[in-house]
Write a protein that binds this ligand. Sequence first.
Ligand SMILES: C[C@H](O)[C@H](O)[C@H]1CNc2nc(N)[nH]c(=O)c2N1
Ligand SMILES: N[C@@H](Cc1ccccc1)C(=O)O
Ligand SMILES: [Fe+2]
Length: 295
Amino acid sequence: MNQPQRVEHQLTDKGYVPVYTTTVVEQPWADYTATDHQVWATLFERQQQVLVGRASDEFLHQQRAMGMAPDRIPKFDELNAVLRKATGWELIGVEGLLPELTFFEHLANRRFPVTWWIRKPEQLDYLAEPDLFHDLFGHVPLLMNPVFADYMQAYGRGGVKAHAIGPDALVNLTRLYWYTVEFGLIRQPDGLRIYGSGIVSSKSESIHCLESAAPNRIGFDLERIMRTRYRIDTFQKTYFVIDSYEQLMEATRPDFTPIYARLAAQESFPAGSVQPGDSIFQRGTGEGWLDGGDV
Ligand SMILES: C[C@H](O)[C@H](O)[C@H]1CNc2nc(N)[nH]c(=O)c2N1
Ligand SMILES: N[C@@H](Cc1ccccc1)C(=O)O
Ligand SMILES: [Fe+2]
C-alpha cells in the first residue's frame, strides 16, 4: 500500500500543526499489504484477549454481531451493509483528522469517518492520531446499538450548533465526547466495564483504566464533565462512569445553550481533581501523574 497521503503541516505560532483534509476517499482495500493485514490481526487478537471481562457486554456483543474478525482488514462496504440495516449509520473513508465542523456534519448525518490507513508495526503500542484500527475496532461496534447510534448523531447536531455558538462551547462539548465516546466506562451488575473507543483500542489503557489505583473513577455528571479538562498525551487522570447508554442519551437531550452560558462564567477543573458532589467510585492516588498538559 502506498504511504498514507500525509496531510501537510503548517508552521503556526503553535508550531507545526496538521492541516486537515476534508476529502472522502474510497477504502483502497486491494492496496493493503500483507503487513497491513497482519497489523490488524495482531492488534485485533491482542485486544480480544485483553477486553474479555473488561469491555462492556454490548461492545463485545455488537463486535461479534457485525462479524468483525482478525483475519483481514474489514471492507467498509461489507460493514456498511450490516450497519445501515441496524441503525442507518455508514462508514466513510478519510485521510485522518477532519476540521471540527466537517466532522460534526458527518456525525449529524449518521456518517462515521474512518481513517483508511492502518499504523505501521513499529507503532503498535502508540499512535499520535486515530488510524483505521482505532476508528474501526474502537468506534464502529457501538454504532450498532440503537441508543448509542442516536447519541452519536445528536452529538454531531450539537457540534454544529456549538460551532455556531463559539469556541468555548466547542471546548465544553469536546470534553463530553472525550469522557464518554473516547474514554467512557459503564457500570454493569458484574462491575465497571469499558465502552470508550480510545481505551478499547489500547491494550495498556484497557488494563490501567479499571485496575490502577492512580485514576479517579467518578459517576457521570454532564456539567461536571463539560467543565473538566483532559489529557491527550497520557492515560486519563479521571474516568467517568455511566449507568447505561440510555442515561447518556437522556442526560444530553436538553438544549445545551443555557449550559454553555453558565459554564462560560465558571473556571474549568483540572483533569485529576475530585470535586464536592462527585459520586466517587475511586479517589485516585495520582501515582505517576505528570503535571501540566491538561487540555
Ligand atoms: C470534535 C473534536 O474536535 C474532535 O477532535 C474531532 C475532530 N476531527 C476528527 N476527525 C476525524 N476524522 N475523527 C475524529 O474523531 C475527529 N475528532
Ligand atoms: N442537546 C445538546 C446536543 C447534544 C446531544 C447529545 C450529545 C451532546 C450534545 C445541545 O442542545 O447542544
Ligand atoms: Fe476516536
